[in-house]
Design a protein around this ligand. Sequence first.
Ligand code: ZN
Length: 258
Amino acid sequence: MRLELLASSFGNGEAPSQRQHLSCIVIDDVVAFDAGSLAFSCSDRQREQIRDVIISHSHLDHIAGLPLFLDDLFSTLTGPVRVHAKAEVIEVLERDVFNWSIYPKFSELSNSNGPVLEYRPFLAGNPFTIKHLTFKPIDVNHMVSSVGAIISDGKVCVGITGDTAHTEAIWKEFNDCEDLAAVLVECAFPDDLTDLAAVSHHLTPSGLASELAEFARPGVPVYAINLKPMYRDQIVEQIGKLGIADLHVLEIGRPYDF
Ligand SMILES: [Zn+2]
């Protein structure tokens, strides 16, 4: 399974910046898990192939690229882009984003081939299949209704927490996943901002270490994602000091094969 955390911006020259403002993980170049940077940094191949987008929750950094992705594709789509999310997240998208004021209500629009946006609501705990991939959404503890997921391609599984504070249940799910090849876990703030992390339901390196104490799969690599860009250097240093084997920071804009 190939995963790529798309770049939020491009720094020196054309190299992807490691500052992550937005969240969008592309799986096997066909499905996007969150759409933060989807329209901005996907490759032409990804833009051509991605017609399924899973939204973990409604925060801006996870949805920012979705309206523009639909806009880019509007006239060329031969079938709708399918947005998979919990019903309450779909409700927020329709009420607060695709409301004609912020952006067009694409769910009511068609091009010459038919509808351009279709919602596929899911329930946490109920797996669903997109192409060769199976997704099991798992509720996590964040400010708004949010899910992480276990993604399987039939050979390996990868776990993604999405944005979350302490969530015991997801580690149990990861522990029980037979072919687990990697876990991507958020770590948004440095330890100095533990209070801010607590009120915004995010993790710090110390919080991440506490979560990993519940992770009983030695040898399975863990990658930190969703580091707030202004604190990235501090967070990377503090994660390094934890001295936890197989704990890394995921590189932005680099495809990983698991
Ligand atoms: Zn969030």
